[in-house]
Design a protein around this ligand. Structure first.
Ligand SMILES: [Zn+2]
Length: 493
């Protein structure tokens, strides 16, 4: 067997001011054919798992380009077309192949392309013809368009959010691909459109039990090859945005349709109950001050660079300054210009500095003050599970009793080591303000006396009922109260 694999992935927040070009892909991950490292980066797991599977089988794996850009705004048109054509040319050169197995994210939007993954998959289908297997792994924070469903044989989606299972799901993808190529199964994909926009952390109920149930059904029923939920990505203003369920069965279309529908309607019935309770910045500071033991971790949950925002909002910091909060640390605020100024000044210098809130409306105001530069670190890093997350040149400044970490690379606050890297002991602080929606939890919960989820300002379109969408359909909850009550049937193709 000859199998072609490649990865093209990013998550586009169409409301983000941070546009991305080829350099952004190259800075995050760009691997030419055969150059992908041994460890996968989220959406590139089909390549590393594919190497293992094909080696065991004695099959030929032809690797194309594998690239990933950290979440941000619109992708430059030439960048998308260039990366797409590079992969299509590699595939043409590899023909004939028996299958194409891809790593995609599924929430890319490029200038001129509302559905780049649908475009890529359709062009691949045109090259390989109708009978060659085409499948991909997707991130649940993606848009499942009809064009993609028509072009691919099946998708497997990460089940967990945080995405701790991207390698496990790549193994599912390959297992189903191998079983198909060896003639044991015939995958058929069914999709149900839940007509809702929501956020589904799987670390808490009710989504925890729902995901456990999907896995129990997969284990118990031999003709159910894979069950997935496309959570949807509310920061992507595209026509087919929303939550969808996928059932991949072994040739049993009727069963797949019924399962996808049943699971989808169950999610719809629990709409609005999946997210953790959120409070505003005033309540967050009130509650943190009222808790005797620190550190209280306040997650500035919507100014999360992992969701494509700039990560420079100052709304919570401004509230802390107004209230005279001390013995607190803030990590991180993205401000490469301020970092550059601090590095030039050097550790120990006291300088006038303007920092933060320079990139987007709804993120507070830049803070002006006489700050003390405590420490500067070139190419700073923090831990993220077993891996390392770089956050660029960084500065630790002390201002009005608060220690603040400024970074020059946009990345969410994964781990308390972001503070220790800059000489701050986070365990001695009463209050820690960080920027992350969910991924921070594993590491910060180990040191936090309490965790508060704070919705401050409007750095991210986190309220679909109020977001000024231009392309999202209107017959979807919470824009419409009960879209399933509408006369026309709600099933997607
Ligand atoms: Zn995701």
């Amino acid at each position: 067997m000859r199998i072609f694999t490649a990865a093209l992935a990013t998550e586009t927040n169409t409301f983000s001011p941070i546009c991305i070009d080829r350099r952004a892909f190259e800075e995050s991950l760009y691997a030419a054919p055969g150059q992908h490292p041994a460890t996968p980066t989220l959406c590139t797991a089909p390549i590393t798992v594919g190497r293992k599977v094909c080696a065991q089988k004695g099959w030929t794996l032809i690797e194309g380009t594998a690239t990933w850009a950290d979440p941000a705004g619109l992708v430059n048109r030439q960048t998308y077309e260039g990366l797409r054509d590079e992969i299509l040319d590699q595939l043409k050169a590899a023909m004939p192949v028996d299958a194409v197995v891809l790593g995609l994210h599924g929430a890319m939007v490029a200038d001129g392309y509302m559905d780049p993954e649908g475009d890529l998959l359709t062009r691949i289908r045109d090259i390989i013809g109708p009978d060659i297997l085409l499948c991909a792994e997707l991130d649940p924070h993606s848009h499942l368009t009809a064009k993609r469903v028509a072009a691919a044989d099946f998708f497997v989606v990460f089940k967990e959010f945080p995405h701790i299972d991207f390698v496990d799901r790549a193994e599912d993808l390959w297992r189903i691909a191998v079983d198909t190529l060896e003639g044991r199964v015939k995958p058929v994909m069914s999709v149900f459109d839940c007509r809702m926009i929501d956020v589904f952390p799987t670390s808490r109920e009710p989504m925890r039990s729902f995901v456990d149930r999907l896995m129990a059904i997969e284990a118990a029923e031999a003709d159910v090859l894979s069950l997935s939920v496309i959570h949807g990505f509310m920061a992507g203003d595209v026509p087919e945005m929303g939550t969808k369920t996928i059932a991949v069965t072994d040739g049993n279309k009727a069963k797949g349709e019924a399962l996808a529908r049943e699971l989808g309607l169950e999610l719809f019935s629990k709409r609005g109950t999946f997210m953790m309770p959120q409070i505003d910045e005033k309540s967050a500071i009130d509650q943190a001050l009222a808790i005797a033991k620190g550190p209280v971790v306040i997650a500035d949950m919507w100014d999360n660079p992992g969701g494509g925002t700039a990560g420079d909002a100052t709304v919570i910091l401004e509230e802390m300054l107004a209230r005279g909060v001390t013995n607190a640390a803030v990590g991180m605020i993205w401000d490469p210009i301020a970092v550059q100024i601090c590095m030039a000044a050097g550790a120990g210098a006291e300088i006038p500095l303007r920092f933060g809130a320079k990139s987007a409306p709804g993120t507070g105001n830049p803070v002006d003050g006489l700050v003390k530069v405590m420490k500067v670190v070139p190419a700073a890093e923090m831990r993220f599970g077993d891996s390392i997350a770089p956050f660029g040149d960084a500065a630790h400044i002390h201002f009005a009793g608060i220690d603040i970490v400024l970074s020059s690379v946009r990345v969410q606050s994964y781990d308390p080591s972001l503070f220790t890297a800059l000489g701050i002991d986070p365990t001695t602080k009463h209050m820690l303000v960080i920027k992350s929606t969910n991924h921070f939890y594993a590491a910060f919960s180990k040191i936090a006396s309490e965790i508060l989820y704070c919705a401050a300002g409007s750095p991210y379109p986190n309220n679909p009922a109020k977001t000024a969408y231009r392309h999202v359909r209107r017959d979807i909850w919470p824009i419409m109260a009960d879209p399933h009550g509408a006369p026309e049937d709600s099933e997607a193709a």
